[in-house]
Design a protein around this ligand. Structure first.
Ligand SMILES: Cc1cc2nc3c(=O)[nH]c(=O)nc-3n(C[C@H](O)[C@H](O)[C@H](O)COP(=O)(O)OP(=O)(O)OC[C@H]3O[C@@H](n4cnc5c(N)ncnc54)[C@H](O)[C@@H]3O)c2cc1C
Length: 290
């Protein structure tokens, strides 16, 4: 196995293009190293991003937050600037794995891993996150929901690297929430997680609503038609229950060690209602684990 540690973005992109399918990118290594140790992955060429400058920056700008692909989850969680704009995301990061994993795991690695049982992607989807993919051919931007294709599968071409993840500044009248339900241990990945974004006008009517479910389907589960249908209606208990019931009804969850499909269906409906209540109620925005 050959290991490269480029010191510029251009060099990293050149190596990525040169080795294509034979090249495995390593960021924090928390996912990759487990797969290599388990004998599931035998990379010919390991491309480490640890010496590429600029990928560990968090830039809070007027229109949102730009996170370099190699920002450790713990740095983002602790960033007071990022917290002031994206409090639900930063508080949810404290619910991911444990301190040691978060210190090592990166924002780019988390989204590129495309693990169905991951917390940040569903939250990022409700926040309107976009991913910047770069190669020697140029760059392109994808909404995170289009970047995540299937279990452990993303839309990056073999010569592309994810360099940034960008989240627009939420509306000043929006509330956000994330509820992570774990069924085994407190450090477990989500059995079901529900992220919401609720924007209301001065009369309490819904202006924008987004709900994404983590851990139950191959990629964050959303029902854009259901959430769009609530726009213009009062964002009250009746609306929360309407959306919760639609999610419970329409989701087709997986069966795995964290819960059966029937159990996840029930939990999804309940958590959607609770997460919408959290986001719609002053003082209860943020993330929590059940
Ligand atoms: C014990 C344990 C518990 C965990 N619990 C949770 C949990 O509760 N919730 C949760 O959400 N997650 C959890 N995780 C998963 C963890 O969040 C991920 O392993 C981590 O985010 C991956 O980031 P990384 O930087 O280590 O990725 P790496 O392992 O370095 O890479 C992951 C994948 O992304 C690719 N990649 C990385 N960076 C780039 C890039 N810039 N461009 C293109 N491709 C790239 C790699 O090639 C690889 O395929 C847990 C992990 C462990 C080990």
């Amino acid at each position: 196995m050959q290991l490269s540690r480029p010191t510029t973005i251009d060099e990293a992109l050149r190596l990525r293009a040169e080795h294509g399918e034979d090249c495995t990118v390593i960021a924090g290594g928390t996912a990759i190293m487990l797969m290599m140790r388990a004998g599931l992955l035998h990379p010919e060429h390991l491309l480490s991003l640890d010496r590429v400058p600029g990928l560990d920056r968090i830039d809070v700008e007027g229109d949102g937050v730009r996170m370099g692909a190699r920002v450790p989850l713990l740095e983002l969680e602790r960033s007071t600037e990022a917290r002031s704009v994206l409090p639900t995301l930063t508080s949810a990061l404290a619910l991911v794995a444990n301190h040691r994993v978060r210190r090592q795991a990166t924002v780019g690695g988390n989204v590129c891993e495309a693990d169905y049982a991951s917390d940040p992607p569903s939250i990022l989807v409700t926040l309107g996150c976009r991913v910047r993919l770069v190669s020697v051919r140029g760059e392109r931007w994808l909404p995170l929901e289009d970047f995540l294709l299937d279990y452990y599968t993303n839309a990056a071409e073999p010569d592309e690297l994810v360099l940034d993840v960008v989240v627009p500044r939420p509306s000043p009248t929006a509330g956000t929430s994330y509820i992570k339900y774990v069924s085994r241990t407190s450090e477990d990945r989500p059995c079901v997680g529900v992220a919401t974004y609720v924007d209301r006008d001065a009369s309490g009517r819904c202006v924008d609503l987004r709900v994404a479910v983590a851990g139950a389907t191959s990629t964050p589960f959303t029902l854009p038609d259901v959430t769009a249908a609530v726009r213009g209606k009062p964002m009250d208990g009746a609306a929360w229950r309407e959306v919760g019931e639609a999610y419970r009804e329409q989701i087709r969850p997986i069966d795995d060690i964290r819960g059966s499909a029937a159990y996840r269906k029930h939990v999804t409906g309940e958590l959607v209602v609770r997460a919408l209540e959290m986001a719609s109620t002053a003082g209860t925005n943020g993330a929590t684990r059940l």
